[in-house]
Design a protein around this ligand. Structure first.
Ligand code: ATP
Ligand code: MG
Length: 327
């Protein structure tokens, strides 16, 4: 995947990115069985770890350029939802993939066990309060999908939500899938693209990462005994994830299942999916009207006249011309 330098994305690159991420997308309507359908160790054949670093750098700089345009155009927003089991690599993915973008255009929100105030509202309320603005990229580190994952695996969370009897029947998960799909459709229709990434980790790789957090003192803070207790529910989570992927991968907001056992590959996938989304939006720097442009040229003349003796009237003129010549 070679990328042409410069702000414009050529069609070949766009197509290659689309092909690269296609095997990760959950086809809307597909019935997913995680263990069978997605391999946490998968990686694209053509890619080696040593080439991966360069590719990630390219992805990061493309993201930075697109984010500047997204902010300038100020009509669309992007919401990236990251889901994973503990040690799946959510934090590292955010740190690497977003490392090149202007922090002013990105907001990250972590979602933990809901507060009493949050439980006093409908279950999507706290997520709606943290949506990105137009021109921004919002990242949900865990997201509204916890409402059909941890809440499903541990029904005591549902009890704490104080739902009326008619809202907690047997069909509660199917209903939540529909409500989430409708909410995401509403967001998409109004210019907010929803990008959903599931970092798919194997049970063995989770065991190894937990051990690393115990063995390396600088990583001890990352480890919590609660994570090991949660690991006992591994199979329940696999079922909850599979049903969530089957029920909520839609044409307007599809799920991507990212193989997460190789961190370097997972990061490239996440960057590629984000770039793909932004190519789709194709934000542009706004241009000014002919009238406004004429006013600018007028002001320029006045500023040129103010140049001190010996100084170039417009030092940028030369630089821009040289830049254009360099192509
Ligand atoms: P890290 O461990 O990397 O700091 P984390 O996202 O695992 O990040 P923790 O504070 O360890 O953060 O865990 C947050 C916990 O909150 C998770 O166990 C998650 O399942 C739980 N949680 C998130 N949303 C909900 C929810 N709506 N209801 C109940 N529990 C939730
Ligand atoms: Mg945790």
């Amino acid at each position: 995947m070679r990328v042409r330098k410069g702000p414009a994305m050529n069609e070949v690159t766009a197509k290659r990115i689309a092909e690269f991420i296609a095997p990760l997308r959950v086809r809307p309507g597909a019935k997913v069985k995680l263990g069978k359908d997605f391999d946490p160790r998968y990686k694209a054949d053509f890619l080696k770890k040593k080439d991966g670093r360069e590719l990630l750098r390219t992805g990061i700089s493309l993201l930075a350029e697109y984010q500047r345009r997204l902010a300038a155009q100020n009509s669309h927003g992007v919401l990236m939802c990251l889901q994973a089991l503990d040690a799946g690599g959510k934090d590292g993915t955010i740190r690497h993939v977003m490392s090149g973008v202007n922090p002013q255009g990105v907001q990250v929100h972590n979602f933990k066990v809901p507060s009493t105030e949050e439980l006093d509202h409908d279950y999507l309320w706290r997520y709606a309060c943290r949506l990105p603005e137009r021109g921004e990229i919002g990242i949900f580190n865990r997201s509204h999908y916890e409402e059909v994952l941890v809440v499903r695996v541990h029904p005591e969370h549902l009890v704490r939500q104080k739902l009326p009897p008619e809202a907690k029947g047997k069909d509660v998960w199917e209903r939540r899938y529909r409500e989430i799909n409708d909410w995401e459709r509403y967001l998409t229709d109004n210019g907010f693209h929803v990008v959903k990434l599931f970092l798919n980790l194997s049970k063995e790789e989770q065991r190894i990462r937990f051990l690393k957090r115990i063995d390396v003192p600088d990583r001890n803070w990352k480890f919590s005994a609660a994570d090991v207790r949660e690991r006992e529910y591994w199979d329940d989570y696999q079922v909850a994830f599979s049903e969530m992927l089957s029920g909520t991968s839609t044409s307007w907001a599809p799920w991507y299942v990212i193989p997460a056992d190789r961190k370097w590959f997972a990061r490239i996938c996440a960057a590629a999916i984000m770039v793909h989304t932004l190519i789709d939006i194709d934000p542009q720097y706004p241009t000014v009207s002919a009238e406004a442009r004429a006013d600018l040229l007028d002001v320029r003349k006045r500023l040129e006249k103010e140049a001190p003796k010996g100084a170039a009237a417009d030092p940028y003129e030369k630089k821009i011309a040289a830049h254009k010549r360099a192509g």
